[in-house]
Design a protein around this ligand. Sequence first.
Ligand SMILES: Nc1ncnc2c1ncn2[C@@H]1O[C@H](COP(=O)(O)OP(=O)(O)OP(=O)(O)O)[C@@H](O)[C@H]1O
Ligand SMILES: [Mg+2]
Length: 209
Amino acid sequence: MKTIVLAGAKGGGGKTTLALNLAIEAAKTDSVAVFDSDPQQSLRTFFGIRGGENPALLRNVGSLRRVSADLKKAGAPYAYLIADSPGSFMKVIRDAISAADCVVVPLRPSPLDILAQEDLRPVLRELGKMPVTVPVITMIDARTSHTDFVERISEMFTRPPVLIRNRFAYARAMIGGRAGFEIDKECTAEILALWQTVKHVLKEEDAGE
Ligand SMILES: Nc1ncnc2c1ncn2[C@@H]1O[C@H](COP(=O)(O)OP(=O)(O)OP(=O)(O)O)[C@@H](O)[C@H]1O
Ligand SMILES: [Mg+2]
């Protein structure tokens, strides 16, 4: 089982949105569990509305590190564990990152979002997770240039960012317990590209071990 954590040192960057889209994408071909380490419990609420058994919502609360380790030890029946984390409470974020085989860091193309990641990068480095971190620039407005943000993010992380556009479907779909790509085809390619990047990182990590 591989553990994928959505993390970021700022609220509202798109962690929960990408966590649920990735989980539903992954569940097309594999068994997936989802875990919500954010006290706000938005991911849990979403999967409560969605229902179904794959992705399976884990009812455990508390430490992702413990939950992930227990599942791995028990030979978990899941191929992937996808976890959301809060935008603050560094202790919880750190615990979640320490459990990750891949960390996905979404951030909006705004100087404040980029500045906030300065709090996250030392944690990623200290826990040895920088090489398995995938930055994502989310909510990109099609009309404005984002090339300077792509350059800046590429300098800050080992890997180049994956790009996700600002699409109302991502927000609207959540109300009915759906992924963005389940109501709008425009979301399909970009979520698939992100999922393939995550799988590539996991494969590289396996080959390196
Ligand atoms: N690509 C996108 N296009 C349009 N809206 C988006 C996109 N991604 C997220 N949103 C919207 O932006 C808001 C913040 O997203 P989300 O809740 O996923 O962020 P978060 O990082 O989980 O926030 P928090 O730190 O508060 O948990 C939500 O209203 C969501 O519907
Ligand atoms: Mg959230």
